[in-house]
Design a binder for this molecule. Structure first.
Ligand SMILES: Cc1cc2nc3c(=O)[nH]c(=O)nc-3n(C[C@H](O)[C@H](O)[C@H](O)COP(=O)(O)O)c2cc1C
Length: 290
């Protein structure tokens, strides 16, 4: 009991712990059990195909227990109009989030041209996300992998996220694409009303490696979802003052200007580079601006 109370006071990020969608497992009975184990984890349904919802027994697929909140409905499909119709059903039935499956690699899913193979068609995914965002006011998210088949290049997942995030930027502002959070190209007039702060460490920073801006971070106990970002602007050591062999790569700083879900604007940076065990990359807040 004491532990629960402590956790409650910490204003946990609702996405910090999620139970993955699993066909034949995460049905409403299983999710009810999971909710008894934790009040804070985000729960996902099994993937439900758009075909099953549009032509089948909707109540059988969408019924759930109120205790399960927050619970996300995972959809399997690729046709934007069908996805939009099913997302609308999900919202009507009281789900907290609609999630598109671009992460399941099973053969059954591949035959239906959805799941992980959708990562090869980012524009189709973006169209589906936009159609769903236009249809509902709850968050629309995408579950995807960091690569498919033998393609594990960073550029592949970066471009996928970038294309899908573009769709997240259009439409009603209350929705968001999580994992593919919204990246904008301009923050308008910047550096007006700028407040420099002592450097402050940021916690729970989620960013695509190696050099994307944060998509989410926690500062002073509050979770900030990044909607738009600019950067990086790299500032390195004054290498010309040293012998070339003494210049350290860990002194690199990548600066970003980001805007959160409430319009708050932050100037932050990552010191160091990912993958260096001696000087792990760390995120800092450097200032706020209007
Ligand atoms: C039995 C089972 C069913 C799964 N069903 C789904 C699903 O419905 N939707 C989905 O996005 N992923 C599904 N997955 C994948 C999981 O959500 C999760 O991504 C996976 O287990 C993590 O490891 P892997 O992706 O490397 O297999 C399933 C996994 C398992 C083991």
């Amino acid at each position: 009991m004491i532990q629960e109370k402590t956790v409650e006071n910490q204003q946990l990020n609702p996405w910090l712990v999620s139970v993955a969608p699993m066909i034949d497992w995460t049905d409403r009975h299983c999710r009810y059990l999971h909710r008894l184990l934790s009040r804070h984890a985000r729960l996902y349904t099994e993937m439900i195909t758009t075909g099953a919802l549009l032509h089948g027994d909707v109540a059988r697929h969408l019924r759930f227990n109120a205790q399960e909140h927050p619970v996300a409905l995972q959809l399997g499909g690729s046709e934007p109009a069908d996805l939009a119709a099913c997302a609308r059903l999900g919202e009507q039935w009281g789900y907290d989030e609609i999630n598109l499956n671009c992460g399941c690699p099973s053969e059954r899913v591949q035959r239906g041209a959805f799941g992980a193979c959708l990562m090869a068609e980012p524009q189709l995914v973006a169209d589906g996300v936009k159609a769903m965002r236009d249809a509902v006011s709850i968050p629309v998210t995408v579950k995807h992998r960091i690569g498919i088949d033998r393609v594990e290049r960073y550029e592949f997942v970066r471009d996928f996220v970038g294309t899908v995030a573009e769709a997240g930027r259009v439409g009603r502002s209350v929705s968001r694409v999580y994992l593919a959070n919204v990246l904008g190209s301009t923050l308008g007039p910047v550096l007006t009303g700028f407040v420099l702060m002592d450097r402050l460490g940021l916690e729970q920073v989620f960013a695509l490696l190696p050099d994307d801006p944060p998509r989410q971070f926690r500062w002073r106990g509050r979770v900030h979802q990044v909607r738009r970002a600019e950067g990086p602007e790299r500032i390195g050591e004054e290498w010309w003052r040293r012998e070339i062999g003494d210049v350290s790569i860990t002194h690199v700083r990548d600066y970003y200007r980001v805007e959160d879900q409430d319009g708050g604007r932050f100037w932050l940076f990552r010191a160091g580079l990912y993958g260096d065990p001696d000087a792990p990359a760390k995120w800092w807040l450097h200032g706020l601006f209007a």
